[in-house]
Design a protein around this ligand. Structure first.
Ligand SMILES: C[S@@+](CC[C@H](N)C(=O)[O-])C[C@H]1O[C@@H](n2cnc3c(N)ncnc32)[C@H](O)[C@@H]1O
Ligand code: SF4
Length: 452
C-alpha cells in the first residue's frame, strides 16, 4: 500500500468507522418487535415448509473446556463432561417437541453444529443425537461442524464422516505465539497440520479456518507469519473476522489489555495484508470477510450468484426454514425470527415443561422483507437491484447518502443498480446501514461493534 492510498484509506476509516450491526440477519436482533406466539411460530413454519427443500438445522453446543479472552459466543466453560448427558436429553426433547407440534417429521436439508465447542460432546453422544435428528434426511443432505483443534479426537471425525457432516470449520484465530498468549489460546501450526492431514485422508469435503484481525499484539509482521502458515495448510475456505471488542457487554473481554489492541488504521492494514497474501496464493474474496479457493462450494455459489447468508455466515444452499436447537439458537421461518432462552437453566426448564424454549422474536413487516432482500444481495453479491426505489423506506435520505459513498469511490450507481467497488468492500456494513430503517428510526441500548 503506498502512502497516498494509505492516507485516503485512513480518511475513509475516520469518516465511516462507527458502531454498526454485522447484518447476519435483518432486522438485527436489538430491533426485533412483535414476537410470534408459539402457535403463530408453528403456523409460520407450516406455511413456509416445502418438502422439496426441507429445513436447515442448527444445533448449539454451549460448552468449552477453556476460555478464549476475545470470545463473544454464548458458552459455558467447564471441564466436567457429566453435563453432556442432561444436555443431550434436552436437545432430543426439544426436537421431539418440534415434531409433535408440527405434526410431521421435517426433511433435513442441512445440519450445522456450532458453539461453544460441538466436539465437547463425545463421539458416542454426537452419534445418538444425529441418529435422532437425521432420521429424515434429504438426498442432498450435507452437514458442517465447528471444531476446536485443541480438543477434537479421531473418533469425532469418524462419526461426522458417517453422517455426511463433511464440512469442517476450525477455530484458528492466529498462529503467532505472542498473540495466542494474549488471547489465552495456544495451538501450534504442527497440531493443526496433523488435523488437516487427517481430514483430507478421510475425504472431508471442505476445511474452513476462522481467523481474526484486530487482536492484541497483532502487527503486520505477525499477520504475515500467520498467513504464510495458512497458505501452506491451504484450507478451502477462510473466514477472516474483524475482532468485535465490547468489554462492557462481554465481560471476559476485560481480560484483553486495550493498550495491546491495534488502532483502527492498523487494524485495516492487518486485513489488507492478510487479503493480499491470500489473493497472491489464489484465494478469492467471496463476501464480507470470507475467502475461498476456486472450485470450492462457496466459490462456485458466488460465481453462479447463488451465495446466501444466514446467522452462521455464508452458505451455498438454503431452505425457507432454519430451526435452531439449544440455548441462544435463532430460528428463521422466512416470515419471522425467534430466539431460544440464552442461559442453559431457563432453556432446560422450558423444554422440560413441554414448551418450545422461545424467549424473543420478530414478525417481519413488508418493509422488513424488502430491506432484508436488498441487504442480503449487498452482502452476498456486493450489488443491489433497485427497481422499485420509491417503495424503499427513507429512499430520498438513502439516495443522498449513496451519493456521498459514490464520491468517496466506494460504489457505482446505475439507474436501477448499485455496485460496490473494490475500496467499498471494507465499508459494506456502512452501506447496509443506510438502508436499515430500524437503525434510522429507533434508539437501542444494545452496543454494536465498530464497522471497520
Ligand atoms: C462460535 S466460535 C466456535 C469455534 C470453536 N469454538 C473454536 O473456537 O475453535 C466461531 C468463531 O467466532 C469467532 N469469534 C468469536 N468471538 C469473536 C469476537 N469477539 N470477534 C470476532 N470474531 C469472534 C472466532 O473466529 C471463532 O472461531
Ligand atoms: S472461541 Fe470457541 S473455544 Fe474459545 S471460548 Fe469461544 S466458543 Fe469456546
Amino acid at each position: 500500500m503506498n502512502n497516498e492510498t494509505m492516507k485516503t484509506t485512513n480518511e475513509l476509516i475516520l469518516k465511516y468507522n462507527r458502531p454498526a450491526p454485522r447484518y447476519t440477519s435483518y432486522p438485527p436482533v436489538p430491533y426485533w418487535t412483535h414476537a410470534p406466539t408459539e402457535s403463530e411460530w408453528i403456523g409460520h413454519l407450516k406455511t413456509s415448509y416445502n418438502e422439496q427443500t426441507g429445513v436447515d438445522l442448527y444445533v448449539h453446543v454451549p460448552f468449552c473446556e477453556s476460555l478464549c479472552y476475545y470470545c463473544g459466543c454464548n458458552r459455558t466453560i467447564t471441564k466436567n463432561h457429566s453435563v453432556e448427558e442432561k444436555y443431550l436429553k434436552m436437545l432430543l426433547k426439544e426436537w421431539e417437541l418440534y415434531k409433535a407440534k408440527l405434526g410431521f417429521v421435517p426433511k433435513i436439508n442441512s445440519l450445522h453444529f456450532g458453539g461453544g465447542t460441538p466436539t465437547f460432546l463425545s463421539a458416542a453422544n454426537l452419534e445418538r443425537l444425529m441418529n435422532s435428528l437425521l432420521e429424515n434426511r434429504s438426498e442432498s443432505f450435507i452437514g458442517s461442524v465447528e471444531i476446536d483443534p485443541r480438543t477434537v479426537l479421531p473418533d469425532h471425525f469418524e462419526t461426522f464422516r458417517k453422517f455426511n457432516i463433511s464440512r469442517v470449520s476450525m477455530g484458528i484465530q492466529d498462529f503467532n505465539v505472542t498473540v495466542q498468549r494474549s488471547i489465552n489460546r495456544m495451538q501450534s501450526p504442527e497440531m493443526v497440520k496433523k488435523l488437516v492431514d487427517q481430514l483430507r485422508a478421510l475425504n472431508f469435503e471442505s476445511i474452513n479456518f476462522d481467523l481474526i484481525y484486530g487482536l492484541p499484539n497483532q502487527t503486520v509482521e505477525t499477520i504475515k507469519e500467520t498467513f504464510d502458515i495458512v497458505s501452506e495448510l491451504r484450507p478451502d475456505l477462510i473466514a477472516f473476522y474483524s475482532y468485535a471488542h465490547l468489554p462492557e457487554k462481554i465481560k471476559n473481554q476485560k481480560l484483553i489489555k486495550e493498550s495491546e489492541l491495534p488502532t483502527p488504521e492498523v487494524k485495516r492494514e492487518l486485513y489488507q495484508t492478510g487479503k493480499r497474501i491470500l489473493e497472491e496464493k489464489g484465494y478469492v474474496e467471496i463476501g464480507m470477510d470470507h475467502f475461498a479457493l476456486p472450485g470450492s462450494s462457496l466459490h462456485k455459489a458466488m460465481v453462479e450468484k447463488k451465495l446466501h447468508r444466514n446467522f452462521m455466515g455464508y452458505v451455498d444452499k438454503k431452505s425457507n426454514i432454519m430451526i435452531g436447537l439449544g440455548p441462544t439458537s435463532i430460528s428463521d421461518s422466512s416470515l419471522s425470527f425467534v430466539q431460544n432462552a440464552k442461559d442453559n437453566e431457563p432453556y432446560a426448564k422450558m423444554v422440560e415443561a413441554g414448551k418450545l424454549p422461545l424467549t424473543s422474536g420478530h414478525t417481519h413487516s413488508k418493509d422488513d422483507l424488502l430491506v432484508q432482500k436488498l441487504i442480503l444481495e449487498l452482502m452476498c453479491q456486493q450489488e443491489m437491484h433497485l427497481q422499485n426505489k420509491e417503495a424503499i423506506p427513507f429512499w430520498h435520505e438513502i439516495e443522498k447518502e449513496l451519493e456521498s459513498f459514490k464520491e468517496d469511490g466506494l460504489l457505482e450507481m446505475q439507474p436501477d443498480r448499485l455496485e460496490v467497488k473494490t475500496p467499498g468492500k471494507g465499508f459494506i456494513r456502512n452501506i447496509a446501514l443506510s438502508f436499515d430503517f430500524h437503525y434510522r428510526t429507533k434508539t437501542t441500548s444494545a452496543r454494536f461493534s465498530q464497522s471497520v
